[in-house]
Design a binder for this molecule. Structure first.
Ligand code: NCD
Length: 285
């Protein structure tokens, strides 16, 4: 976190050379704008070479196993892979099966984890509210399919946050999320009472069965974050969303673009966090 804070101040116009002669491969098997581009910018700001592996035109389409594809790329001298995949555990599997000299960074695996998103969210929260332990944090929406929520909850707990509220309809809650510091609310305004931080999530249609996909208008009325709902939270509460946002489904435009929103700050912090993570992963081998 502290090196991310250093990068945040300096990142804008600086290219550091700490990763010069390192080659980083972005290997995204799922769509991404923020995560993929910010990893690329982060790597370039540290002087690394970056290749963007295009899964759609790769030999995995010809039946090659994932491991063979990554082994072939490793043989070309890749030092680190940034991996996003719809299968839970892909990054872990690669880290256990590729040579230990190759760093593997998880950029999202199925509904399981998205660690750099949680780190950039914590950095953003700390910039507004430095004492995390005393905060009440609400996470709204489709937590059951959300790797972002799982990584956030794990990190918040590790950092001592004692009031984490999940606001979701029963069908979007999942028992694996229950546990210390967690409470579950099924009414938006009840869960938002006096919270300091509000995190809205996207409905993960790509991970739902057709029957699970809600009526969006109804969902927005009940769980979409609207200006009216904000009055239940603390007056200085901040609003986060990992993006991509679905306007007027998970969040109203007036809130996403409003004075309490820190959504663009999250995106900027993503570059600093990924610089810190890449440096840590590549220089600590
Ligand atoms: C998230 C993801 O892909 O997990 N987006 C992101 O990385 N910024 C959340 C989402 O897609 O809803």
């Amino acid at each position: 976190m502290s090196s991310a804070q250093r990068f945040n101040l300096e990142a804008k116009n600086t290219v550091e050379q700490t990763l010069s002669r390192k080659t980083i491969c972005n290997a995204f098997f799922e769509s991404s704008t923020r995560t993929r581009c910010s990893f690329e910018i982060a790597a370039k700001r540290l002087g690394a070479d970056v290749i963007n592996f295009d899964a759609k035109i790769s030999s995995t389409q010809k039946g090659e196993s994932l491991l063979d594809t990554f082994t072939a790329l490793s043989a070309m001298g890749i030092d680190a892979f940034v991996v996003r995949h719809s299968e839970v555990g892909t990054a872990q599997y690669l880290s256990e099966n590729l040579p230990s000299s190759v760093a593997i960074i998880n950029a999202g695996d199925g509904h399981h984890a998205h660690p750099t998103q949680a780190l950039l969210d914590v950095l953003t929260i700390k910039q507004h509210k430095p004492t995390l332990e005393t905060l009440s944090i609400a996470i709204i929406g489709d937590v059951s399919h959300s790797r972002v929520a799982r990584s956030q909850i794990a990190l918040f707990r590790q950092l001592g946050v004692s009031d984490i509220r999940i606001i979701a309809p029963e069908r979007m809650f999942s028992q694996d999320l229950a546990g210390p510091a967690i409470s579950h609310f099924s009414t938006l305004n009840d869960g938002l009472q006096e919270v300091d931080v509000i995190i809205a999530l996207r409905i993960q249609k790509e991970r739902m069965q057709n029957a699970e996909i809600p009526n969006f208008e109804e969902y927005f009325q009940q769980y979409g974050l609207k200006t009216d709902n904000l009055k239940y939270a603390k007056q200085n509460a901040i609003v986060l969303h990992p993006g991509p946002i679905n306007r007027e489904i998970d969040i109203a435009s007036a809130v996403a673009d409003g004075p309490q929103s820190v959504i663009l700050q999250q995106i900027s912090n993503g570059v600093a966090i990924r610089m810190a993570v890449l440096e840590w992963a590549l220089l600590n081998q």
